[in-house]
Design a protein around this ligand. Structure first.
Ligand SMILES: Cc1cc2nc3c(=O)[nH]c(=O)nc-3n(C[C@H](O)[C@H](O)[C@H](O)COP(=O)(O)O)c2cc1C
Length: 188
């Protein structure tokens, strides 16, 4: 799949086919995460691939979202900001969250490439997830990703944000680009 297609076609899917996805494809997507940029070249995010049915039910309860329990696999992303705080003080926490986001987006696009679907689930009772997966205190549970194969039932089209709502030129809130300067051949 072309990168541009993966970026534009990615969307949250909350209804999965009954067929179990190939776990190797999920691992391939997780492998893509480690190529994301990371502050101080310290990769701080880890992933747990959950296939145990009992644990999946517990994670669905923790998130209070039924569709989470319909997935055959859930990937949980966890970050440890301790080294980044040691090296960058308060900024370490921010860097940690930013690079987790970058790693997660790689993972999401790679899942698309593997023709698998998911939704970023950020709402959950942290303590319940911690207990179910044995995640030590102090580590950040970034999100749960219930993974499946898309059903043939079409879900609604996603709302697209217009480019002119997110782009300014030269200063905050300026939507107008300065006139383009024609560069002569001689100048370069
Ligand atoms: C930090 C974060 C937390 C989210 N938490 C949830 C969640 O708990 N449950 C859910 O169904 N979707 C959740 N989403 C998915 C968003 O609802 C979804 O990305 C958004 O509506 C845009 O739709 P799209 O992903 O199809 O582009 C979350 C997304 C992000 C980035």
């Amino acid at each position: 799949m072309k990168l541009d297609d993966a970026i534009k076609q990615r969307r949250s899917v909350r209804r999965f086919d009954l067929k179990k996805p190939d776990w190797q494809k999920i691992i391939r997507a997780i492998d893509s995460a480690r190529f994301a940029p990371c502050a101080g070249n310290q990769f701080v995010t880890k992933f747990i691939l959950v296939s145990d049915e009992k644990k999946i039910k517990e994670l669905a309860t923790a998130s209070q979202q039924n569709f989470v329990g319909t997935a055959k696999y859930i990937v949980v992303a966890i970050s440890d900001d301790s080294n980044l705080i040691r090296d960058y003080d308060k900024r370490g926490t921010r860097y940690c969250a930013q690079q987790a986001g970058a790693a997660i987006e790689n993972f999401l696009l790679a899942l698309m490439d593997q023709k698998l679907v998911t939704t970023w689930v950020g709402h959950f009772y942290e303590e319940q997830v911690r207990r179910t997966l044995g995640i030590p205190e102090g580590l950040h549970i970034e999100a749960l990703f219930p993974i499946g194969i898309e059903t043939k039932i079409k879900t609604r089209e996603k709302r697209k944000i217009n480019l002119d709502h997110i782009l300014y030129f030269d200063k905050w809130k300026n939507n107008k680009m300065a006139p383009m300067i024609k560069v002569s051949k001689e100048a370069i």
